[in-house]
Design a protein around this ligand. Structure first.
Ligand code: ADP
Ligand code: MG
Ligand code: MG
Length: 533
């Protein structure tokens, strides 16, 4: 029996949220919020088929008016876990044998997923030829939802771990600033005793991520070199990317050049002897007509559509063949696959990566830390597996029969999400869409998909959401679910040297409860911040 006090604690939000506002107050806060957004670069470029070469206008990012309540202990727990996750993914990226087995083309995901197969094959060729840069830089974001089945206390559960092109570092810092400002200027009309500044945690993501990039630049060891941002053509999220450039210049005196894959196809070359990466530029930028690159930071390159021809793959491989430090390397990108996330839930895998001193040296993690990490996992399995939910059911795969992994996904469909090896939102299959999807999935493609138990959000919190271009820009009150992301970075790969890593701030994205997906760029979510309770 639960005592009365634990029962009280078991409901995650013990007070009404958001506080009730009058229409006049909503109007006033909306005006203050959107004005703050325009004044502080909490912005997107407007939707357009082709972005003009020089932007002429912007729209504010989709926003929540109030910060969302989040238990202080779980927030701090997520920040602590980030250090273990940073080390874990650094080790996965350095374990070629593991990545070959899980993501390679012989028996891994690369065999059935063309995109993963292309990346892995290119990486294997580069390894056979001999890589000259041992260092990897990862800028990571580990995403969580609060799991609150009826009658239980909330626990922190990981949605996914991102290793490439993680976004919203800058815009989340601005959104935290927005909510602090609304509190400082209006006290939110004294509508809640929780809205006190000490409950609004610091969020220095821009400085944190720039520090990671600067650490790589410094490790490269040529002060005059530049950092290359590889960006997508027609990128709308530039106001999330630019502040990192400004911070690098202002705080670290490092210059940045932005180029797309197609531009790099013409401009990037390697010195045949040293493999120094050079990007040609106008003599106004540098009298030599080229820039030496210390660090390649990808805000592109995570989706198959970006590699329309072999040219884009060749450019990616050229960057990785160079002496520049890649953020991420192909190994780190592969480590971020959903399949790896599933394999980490299997018995012994965390022990292998985190408490095997002979193989990895320090830091080592104890039983309790491993247990805490494991408790952040939901149950997962591959669709290709047999009865043990671990090893592939080769009979079923060869005969085209259903197999246990698929049968289990049908049986539990309403409490599951299926995920392929993709990033950027909009790729998953949820609940009652799962059985018809399984009817059409060719048996050989099962290996590219994982099944994951759905995290069950608490009932009851809401927020006022503002999107640009809505009717009169009025905020709408909806029931919501908030996803917390913790940023971190790791610089590693030098034999015998320690992994350098840090936690680097946080993000909250909030979506209407009816939507399965998240994602701000894809239009499902708005930017938000945490209110610690
Ligand atoms: P992507 O790499 O495309 O962002 P995610 O794994 O983050 O893929 O899934 C996209 C969204 O789907 C998440 O932001 C979250 O809203 C929802 N989602 C993913 N996994 C789960 C889960 N296990 N339970 C509940 N929602 C989930
Ligand atoms: Mg995600
Ligand atoms: Mg992702």
């Amino acid at each position: 029996m639960l005592s009365e006090s634990t029962e009280m604690a078991s409901t995650s939000v013990l007070f009404e949220w958001p506080p009730t506002l009058s229409n006049a107050q909503i109007h006033e806060l909306t005006l203050l919020a959107t004005s703050y957004a325009f004044s502080n670069g909490l912005l997107y470029l407007p939707p357009a088929e082709r972005q003009p070469p020089i932007p002429e206008s912007a729209i504010h990012a989709p926003l929540a008016l109030f910060p969302s309540p989040f238990p202080r202990s779980l927030f701090e727990h997520a920040q602590r876990l980030q250090h273990i996750y940073n080390v874990l993914y650094a080790r996965i990226a350095q374990d070629e044998e593991f990545l070959d087995r899980i993501m390679g083309t012989e028996n891994g995901v690369g065999k059935v997923d063309d995109f993963i197969g292309q990346l892995w094959t290119g990486w294997k060729q580069l390894r056979d030829e001999g890589l000259v840069q041992p260092l990897h830089l990862g800028l990571f974001r580990s995403d969580y939802l609060l799991h609150t089945p009826p009658g239980q206390s909330p626990t922190l559960k990981q949605v996914e771990f991102n290793t490439i092109s993680v976004s919203f570092g800058s815009l989340s810092e601005r959104t935290a600033g927005l909510h602090r400002y609304l509190q400082a200027s209006t006290q939110y009309y004294n509508t809640s005793p929780h809205l006190r500044l000490e409950n609004f945690p610091e969020n220095d993501t821009i400085a944190g991520l720039a520090e990671g990039l600067a650490a790589a630049h410094k490790a490269y060891g040529d002060e005059k070199s530049w950092i290359l941002f590889v960006v997508q053509p027609d990128e709308r999220n530039v106001f999330d990317q630019r502040p990192l450039e400004y911070k690098l210049l202002e705080k670290h005196s490092i210059h940045v050049i932005r180029q797309t894959f197609d531009e790099l196809g013409h401009s990037a070359t390697l010195d045949p002897d040293t493999r120094v990466l050079r990007v040609s530029c106008s003599p106004d930028l540098h009298p030599n007509g080229f820039l030496e690159i210390s660090t390649v930071y990808f805000r592109a390159g995570y989706a198959p559509i970006e590699y329309q021809t072999s040219c884009q793959y060749q450019t990616r491989f050229l960057l990785e063949r160079s002496r520049a430090i890649n953020c991420p390397t192909i190994a780190l990108q592969l480590a971020g696959g959903k399949k790896v996330q599933e394999v980490l839930t299997q018995p012994g895998v965390l022990e292998y990566f985190l408490s095997n001193e002979k193989k990895w040296g320090n830091p080592m993690f104890d039983k309790q830390e491993l247990q805490e990490l494991r408790q952040s996992f939901m149950k997962m399995w591959g669709l290709d597996v047999g009865k043990d939910l671990l090893t592939p059911d080769y009979d079923a795969l060869e005969s085209g029969k259903e197999g246990f992994g698929v049968a289990k996904a049908r049986e539990l469909a309403l409490s599951l999400v299926l995920k392929p090896q993709r990033e950027g939102g909009g790729n998953n299959v949820y609940k009652d869409s799962i059985p018809p999807f399984l009817d059409t999935l060719p048996p050989e493609e099962r290996q590219a998909w994982i099944a994951m138990e759905l995290i069950v959000p608490a009932n009851g919190t809401g927020n006022y959401l503002i999107r640009a271009g809505g009717a009169n820009e009025a905020a709408v009150k909806v029931v919501v679910v908030s996803e917390l992301g913790i940023f971190g970075w790791a610089l590693f790969g030098d034999k015998g040297a320690d992994i350098r890593e840090k936690e680097a701030g946080w993000l909250v994205r909030t979506k209407g409860k009816g939507s399965d997906e998240g994602g701000v760029a894809t239009g499902f979510s708005v930017l938000d911040s945490v209110l610690l309770v």
